[in-house]
Design a protein around this ligand. Structure first.
Ligand code: HEM
Length: 245
Protein backbone atom coordinates (compact mmCIF):
# COMPACT_ATOMS: atom_id res chain seq x y z
CA UNK A 1 0.00 0.00 0.00
CA UNK A 2 1.44 3.40 -0.99
CA UNK A 3 1.39 6.11 1.67
CA UNK A 4 0.96 9.79 0.87
CA UNK A 5 3.94 11.93 1.88
CA UNK A 6 2.79 15.18 3.46
CA UNK A 7 4.79 18.31 2.81
CA UNK A 8 4.38 21.66 4.53
CA UNK A 9 4.56 24.90 2.50
CA UNK A 10 4.56 28.49 3.68
CA UNK A 11 1.73 30.22 1.80
CA UNK A 12 -0.17 33.10 3.42
CA UNK A 13 1.98 35.94 4.76
CA UNK A 14 1.18 37.71 8.06
CA UNK A 15 -0.61 40.80 6.56
CA UNK A 16 -2.86 38.56 4.44
CA UNK A 17 -3.84 36.51 7.49
CA UNK A 18 -4.45 39.62 9.61
CA UNK A 19 -6.59 41.08 6.80
CA UNK A 20 -8.60 37.86 6.55
CA UNK A 21 -9.56 37.65 10.21
CA UNK A 22 -10.12 41.41 10.74
CA UNK A 23 -12.29 41.38 7.60
CA UNK A 24 -14.15 38.25 8.75
CA UNK A 25 -14.93 39.82 12.17
CA UNK A 26 -15.83 43.26 10.77
CA UNK A 27 -18.13 41.83 8.07
CA UNK A 28 -20.00 39.66 10.59
CA UNK A 29 -20.45 42.65 12.93
CA UNK A 30 -21.54 44.87 10.01
CA UNK A 31 -24.11 42.29 8.90
CA UNK A 32 -25.44 41.97 12.48
CA UNK A 33 -25.68 45.73 13.05
CA UNK A 34 -27.03 46.14 9.48
CA UNK A 35 -29.76 43.59 10.27
CA UNK A 36 -30.54 45.55 13.43
CA UNK A 37 -31.08 48.67 11.29
CA UNK A 38 -33.15 46.78 8.77
CA UNK A 39 -35.48 45.21 11.35
CA UNK A 40 -35.43 48.05 13.89
CA UNK A 41 -39.22 48.55 13.81
CA UNK A 42 -39.90 44.82 14.36
CA UNK A 43 -37.42 44.93 17.25
CA UNK A 44 -39.24 47.88 18.83
CA UNK A 45 -36.44 50.41 18.18
CA UNK A 46 -38.33 53.60 17.39
CA UNK A 47 -36.45 56.53 18.94
CA UNK A 48 -34.44 58.75 16.60
CA UNK A 49 -31.47 58.79 19.01
CA UNK A 50 -31.31 54.99 19.00
CA UNK A 51 -31.59 54.92 15.20
CA UNK A 52 -28.68 57.37 14.86
CA UNK A 53 -26.59 55.58 17.52
CA UNK A 54 -26.94 52.22 15.71
CA UNK A 55 -25.92 53.87 12.44
CA UNK A 56 -22.89 55.45 14.17
CA UNK A 57 -21.80 52.05 15.54
CA UNK A 58 -22.20 50.51 12.07
CA UNK A 59 -20.15 53.33 10.52
CA UNK A 60 -17.37 53.10 13.15
CA UNK A 61 -17.01 49.35 12.50
CA UNK A 62 -17.23 50.28 8.80
CA UNK A 63 -14.12 52.48 9.10
CA UNK A 64 -12.10 49.54 10.49
CA UNK A 65 -13.43 47.42 7.63
CA UNK A 66 -12.56 50.05 4.98
CA UNK A 67 -9.03 50.72 6.30
CA UNK A 68 -8.34 46.97 6.48
CA UNK A 69 -9.67 46.51 2.94
CA UNK A 70 -7.57 49.40 1.58
CA UNK A 71 -4.43 47.91 3.13
CA UNK A 72 -5.23 44.54 1.54
CA UNK A 73 -5.86 46.13 -1.87
CA UNK A 74 -2.40 47.74 -1.64
CA UNK A 75 -0.84 44.54 -0.28
CA UNK A 76 -1.90 42.87 -3.53
CA UNK A 77 0.97 44.84 -5.15
CA UNK A 78 3.52 44.37 -2.35
CA UNK A 79 2.85 41.06 -0.61
CA UNK A 80 4.26 37.60 -1.27
CA UNK A 81 3.44 35.64 -4.44
CA UNK A 82 0.13 34.28 -3.09
CA UNK A 83 -1.13 37.65 -1.83
CA UNK A 84 -0.56 39.38 -5.17
CA UNK A 85 -3.21 40.32 -7.71
CA UNK A 86 -1.13 38.56 -10.34
CA UNK A 87 -1.87 35.20 -8.71
CA UNK A 88 -5.54 36.06 -8.05
CA UNK A 89 -6.79 37.75 -11.20
CA UNK A 90 -7.38 35.40 -14.16
CA UNK A 91 -4.49 35.57 -16.64
CA UNK A 92 -4.16 34.13 -20.13
CA UNK A 93 -4.01 30.44 -19.03
CA UNK A 94 -6.86 30.72 -16.54
CA UNK A 95 -9.57 28.99 -18.62
CA UNK A 96 -7.32 25.94 -19.17
CA UNK A 97 -6.29 25.86 -15.47
CA UNK A 98 -9.96 26.01 -14.41
CA UNK A 99 -11.00 23.28 -16.87
CA UNK A 100 -8.14 21.03 -15.74
CA UNK A 101 -9.06 21.55 -12.05
CA UNK A 102 -12.76 20.76 -12.67
CA UNK A 103 -11.78 17.63 -14.64
CA UNK A 104 -9.51 16.53 -11.77
CA UNK A 105 -12.41 16.86 -9.29
CA UNK A 106 -14.68 14.85 -11.60
CA UNK A 107 -12.19 11.99 -11.92
CA UNK A 108 -11.75 11.85 -8.14
CA UNK A 109 -8.10 13.01 -8.14
CA UNK A 110 -8.41 16.72 -7.26
CA UNK A 111 -5.35 18.80 -8.04
CA UNK A 112 -3.79 20.63 -5.11
CA UNK A 113 -2.71 24.27 -5.08
CA UNK A 114 -0.51 26.32 -2.79
CA UNK A 115 -2.56 29.47 -3.33
CA UNK A 116 -6.30 29.46 -4.07
CA UNK A 117 -7.59 26.78 -6.41
CA UNK A 118 -9.06 28.29 -9.65
CA UNK A 119 -12.64 28.23 -8.34
CA UNK A 120 -11.45 29.81 -5.10
CA UNK A 121 -9.84 32.57 -7.15
CA UNK A 122 -13.18 33.37 -8.80
CA UNK A 123 -14.94 33.39 -5.42
CA UNK A 124 -12.31 35.65 -3.87
CA UNK A 125 -12.53 38.13 -6.78
CA UNK A 126 -16.35 38.25 -6.45
CA UNK A 127 -15.95 38.75 -2.68
CA UNK A 128 -13.49 41.62 -3.20
CA UNK A 129 -15.84 43.31 -5.69
CA UNK A 130 -18.73 43.11 -3.22
CA UNK A 131 -16.53 44.35 -0.36
CA UNK A 132 -15.43 47.36 -2.47
CA UNK A 133 -19.11 48.04 -3.32
CA UNK A 134 -20.03 47.94 0.39
CA UNK A 135 -17.11 50.16 1.35
CA UNK A 136 -17.89 52.86 -1.25
CA UNK A 137 -21.70 52.90 -0.89
CA UNK A 138 -21.34 52.71 2.92
CA UNK A 139 -19.01 55.72 3.02
CA UNK A 140 -21.44 57.70 0.85
CA UNK A 141 -24.39 56.79 3.11
CA UNK A 142 -22.32 57.66 6.21
CA UNK A 143 -21.97 61.12 4.67
CA UNK A 144 -25.58 61.57 3.51
CA UNK A 145 -27.21 60.10 6.65
CA UNK A 146 -25.14 61.29 9.61
CA UNK A 147 -22.70 63.70 7.92
CA UNK A 148 -19.70 61.53 8.85
CA UNK A 149 -16.34 61.65 7.02
CA UNK A 150 -15.04 61.50 4.40
CA UNK A 151 -18.05 63.01 2.53
CA UNK A 152 -20.21 64.30 5.40
CA UNK A 153 -19.03 67.93 5.32
CA UNK A 154 -19.58 68.08 1.54
CA UNK A 155 -23.17 66.80 1.88
CA UNK A 156 -23.89 69.11 4.83
CA UNK A 157 -22.64 72.08 2.78
CA UNK A 158 -24.82 70.91 -0.11
CA UNK A 159 -28.07 70.90 1.90
CA UNK A 160 -27.39 73.95 4.10
CA UNK A 161 -29.68 76.91 3.43
CA UNK A 162 -28.06 80.17 2.45
CA UNK A 163 -26.12 81.77 5.31
CA UNK A 164 -26.29 78.62 7.49
CA UNK A 165 -23.02 77.11 8.76
CA UNK A 166 -23.04 73.46 7.54
CA UNK A 167 -21.45 72.35 10.84
CA UNK A 168 -24.77 73.13 12.58
CA UNK A 169 -26.78 70.72 10.36
CA UNK A 170 -27.89 67.67 12.38
CA UNK A 171 -28.78 64.17 11.09
CA UNK A 172 -32.52 63.64 10.39
CA UNK A 173 -33.24 67.26 11.26
CA UNK A 174 -34.28 69.71 8.55
CA UNK A 175 -33.39 72.77 10.64
CA UNK A 176 -31.12 75.07 8.64
CA UNK A 177 -31.49 73.09 5.42
CA UNK A 178 -32.81 74.15 2.04
CA UNK A 179 -35.99 72.12 1.34
CA UNK A 180 -35.28 71.55 -2.37
CA UNK A 181 -31.64 70.57 -1.81
CA UNK A 182 -32.64 68.28 1.06
CA UNK A 183 -35.10 66.50 -1.23
CA UNK A 184 -32.41 66.19 -3.89
CA UNK A 185 -30.00 64.60 -1.42
CA UNK A 186 -32.73 62.17 -0.30
CA UNK A 187 -33.21 60.95 -3.87
CA UNK A 188 -29.45 60.69 -4.37
CA UNK A 189 -28.85 58.66 -1.20
CA UNK A 190 -31.73 56.28 -1.92
CA UNK A 191 -29.87 54.68 -4.86
CA UNK A 192 -26.75 54.05 -2.76
CA UNK A 193 -28.88 52.57 0.05
CA UNK A 194 -30.45 50.12 -2.40
CA UNK A 195 -27.07 49.05 -3.81
CA UNK A 196 -25.69 48.74 -0.23
CA UNK A 197 -28.61 46.52 0.82
CA UNK A 198 -28.66 44.18 -2.21
CA UNK A 199 -24.85 43.86 -2.21
CA UNK A 200 -25.11 42.91 1.50
CA UNK A 201 -27.55 40.09 0.58
CA UNK A 202 -25.24 38.96 -2.25
CA UNK A 203 -22.26 39.08 0.11
CA UNK A 204 -24.10 36.97 2.68
CA UNK A 205 -24.93 34.36 0.02
CA UNK A 206 -21.33 34.33 -1.22
CA UNK A 207 -19.96 34.01 2.34
CA UNK A 208 -22.05 30.84 2.82
CA UNK A 209 -20.88 29.50 -0.56
CA UNK A 210 -17.25 30.35 0.31
CA UNK A 211 -17.45 28.54 3.67
CA UNK A 212 -19.19 25.54 2.05
CA UNK A 213 -16.53 25.36 -0.72
CA UNK A 214 -13.63 25.67 1.75
CA UNK A 215 -15.06 22.89 3.94
CA UNK A 216 -15.71 20.70 0.85
CA UNK A 217 -12.16 21.24 -0.46
CA UNK A 218 -10.71 20.60 3.01
CA UNK A 219 -12.61 17.31 3.36
CA UNK A 220 -12.04 15.98 -0.16
CA UNK A 221 -8.68 17.46 -1.10
CA UNK A 222 -6.99 18.08 2.26
CA UNK A 223 -4.42 20.84 2.54
CA UNK A 224 -5.53 22.26 5.88
CA UNK A 225 -7.13 25.32 4.26
CA UNK A 226 -8.73 26.60 7.46
CA UNK A 227 -5.68 26.13 9.70
CA UNK A 228 -3.51 27.68 6.93
CA UNK A 229 -5.35 30.99 7.47
CA UNK A 230 -4.03 30.91 11.06
CA UNK A 231 -0.58 29.35 10.60
CA UNK A 232 0.08 30.51 7.04
CA UNK A 233 1.14 26.96 6.13
CA UNK A 234 -0.56 24.39 3.93
CA UNK A 235 0.10 20.66 4.25
CA UNK A 236 -0.19 18.90 0.87
CA UNK A 237 0.07 15.26 -0.16
CA UNK A 238 0.73 15.92 -3.86
CA UNK A 239 3.01 18.24 -5.76
CA UNK A 240 1.02 21.51 -6.01
CA UNK A 241 0.06 22.73 -9.48
CA UNK A 242 1.31 26.25 -8.74
CA UNK A 243 4.70 25.29 -7.28
CA UNK A 244 7.41 27.69 -8.49
CA UNK A 245 10.07 25.73 -10.31
C1 HEM B 1 -19.33 44.20 4.39
C2 HEM B 1 -19.64 45.40 4.72
C3 HEM B 1 -21.01 45.90 5.03
C4 HEM B 1 -22.21 45.23 5.16
C5 HEM B 1 -22.46 43.75 5.00
C6 HEM B 1 -23.20 46.22 5.48
C7 HEM B 1 -24.54 45.94 5.68
C8 HEM B 1 -25.53 46.87 5.86
C9 HEM B 1 -26.94 46.62 5.97
C10 HEM B 1 -27.58 45.22 5.91
C11 HEM B 1 -27.57 47.79 6.15
C12 HEM B 1 -29.07 48.03 6.34
C13 HEM B 1 -29.65 48.52 5.07
C14 HEM B 1 -31.00 49.21 5.23
O1 HEM B 1 -31.38 49.52 6.36
O2 HEM B 1 -31.60 49.45 4.18
C15 HEM B 1 -26.57 48.83 6.14
C16 HEM B 1 -26.82 50.17 6.26
C17 HEM B 1 -25.85 51.14 6.33
N1 HEM B 1 -24.48 50.97 6.21
FE1 HEM B 1 -23.55 49.23 5.88
N2 HEM B 1 -22.62 47.45 5.53
C18 HEM B 1 -21.28 47.31 5.27
C19 HEM B 1 -20.32 48.28 5.25
C20 HEM B 1 -20.54 49.61 5.54
C21 HEM B 1 -19.52 50.63 5.61
C22 HEM B 1 -18.05 50.40 5.32
C23 HEM B 1 -20.12 51.78 5.95
C24 HEM B 1 -19.52 53.14 6.18
C25 HEM B 1 -18.34 53.37 6.70
C26 HEM B 1 -21.55 51.52 6.07
C27 HEM B 1 -22.51 52.44 6.34
C28 HEM B 1 -23.87 52.20 6.36
C29 HEM B 1 -24.89 53.21 6.59
C30 HEM B 1 -24.66 54.69 6.81
C31 HEM B 1 -26.13 52.54 6.56
C32 HEM B 1 -27.50 53.16 6.73
C33 HEM B 1 -28.02 53.64 5.42
C34 HEM B 1 -28.65 52.65 4.56
O3 HEM B 1 -29.73 52.17 4.86
O4 HEM B 1 -28.06 52.32 3.48
N3 HEM B 1 -21.76 50.18 5.82
N4 HEM B 1 -25.33 48.25 5.97
Amino acid sequence: MSEAILKRYKVWDVPTRIFHWVNFTAVILLILVGALMLFKKDLGITSLDAKIAIKEIHVLIGYVFVINLMIRLLWGFIGNRFARWSSLLPGKDFAATLASYIASIKNGEPQQFLGHNPMGRLAVIALFLLLITQASTGLIRAGTDIYYPPFGSTFAAQVAAEGVDPVTIKPYDKTGTDAAKYKELKAFKHIYGEIHLYAAYALLALIFLHIFAVVRAELTEGGGLVSAMFSGKKVLSKEPEDLER
